[in-house]
Design a binder for this molecule. Sequence first.
Ligand code: HEM
Length: 410
Amino acid sequence: MTDTREGKTLDDFVLDMDGPSFLVDPHPTYRWLRENAPTYQWQARHTVVFSRYRDVKAILNDRRFSNNYRAWEFAQPEQWPPELIDFQKLLDNGLSLLPDHRHGPVRRLVSSSLTVRSVERMQTRIQQVVDELIDTAVEGDRLNLTKFAETLPTRVICDLLAIPAEMREDLCAFGLAAARSANIALPPDELIASISPTPRWVAMLRRVIADRRENPREDDLLSTLIMARDEGAKLTEEELLSLVFTFFVAGGDSTKNAITWGVRTLLRHPADLAEVQRDPSLWRNAAEETLRFEMFAKSGFPKYCTEAMEFAGVSLRKGQMVLPLIAAALRDGEAFPDPDRFDIRRDLRQTISFGSGQQTCLGAALARMQLVTALGTLFRRFPDMKPLGEPEFEPHPLIRSMKKFEVALH
Ligand code: HEM
């Protein structure tokens, strides 16, 4: 196990984001980076790692850093086997690969459908789904928290899209599989298993879209996206399919781990938990603080330099990958005084848990609504919850992802 804690010099420091100590508690490593190597040359990955709030935020807001992995200096032309062509198309039409002139309009179409107000209208339904899924995850006097947290985002997306009852089970299963397909660190057989149902699901979604074009409904996200226009631009069918896929992928593991880490954080801070239980109006800020305090995304999304440049005192090559560590930035005392203190009343206006600038999370309002509803309901229904040991982790390229975390209910 690599010890990357205090006391290391730059020469003997090794960044290991997959080791067991990092997965449970990465903060000593993040602190070391911020204090000793805020622009760290991660030779093994040919990348520069940024850990201070000001640099991370500047990268997120600078259009010279792109999400398009085809802009990477080592990008290879992809050769997908024929059976994975449908999957490749979903990726090709995804937001991060859209050219600039298309990314803006598509983003605006989606964000106007997922505003805080439109998500608030879904609150009652999200509450019903949370209650129902908690019931199915209770096993005697314990709760399988990871099972609950994994199923919730998929069910909510299916609900948002108003998937017909007879297809719901299948499409929810696809949602879970699609979310897993983002995890390229899975063993190959599991990865292929998560990708292989794609053609069948794409066909099913096309049928749902065709039907919804004929019979639009009020207040469902799919009808809204089909009909939405931005300065005359509409989503193409392929863009629509990719978006639905992205909702599952981008909203799956992230929301799941927001809930599991949120529960763990609150259980470890009983005084704050008692305070929010006494005054539920604090839930919104408390949930946001769990995201800041225990941001589960290990490295943030990689970005690629679209031109050679000097940035924060380092020379970056065209095509070079950089890693803005949002999780490290969220513990930077320059932006968050006394950053290692969990404080449910903290001023979080500067938070960047959902990114910043051009690529800010499109699902932020939805994720927040799910997180607040899940945490509030769990601790209201089971006020004496206790962790049953430490969480178990699964390999994941981007997230400190819990595979299993159970709690005792009484
Ligand atoms: C707690 C849960 C979540 C967290 C922490 C999170 C975080 C983020 C972050 C940091 C980004 C920006 C990446 C960048 O700078 O390139 C992002 C992008 C994105 N997120 Fe989320 N997200 C969450 C949940 C969701 C949900 C529920 C959805 C949709 C249903 C969603 C959809 C997206 C999409 C579509 C993008 C890409 C935006 C673009 O490229 O323009 N996310 N998310």
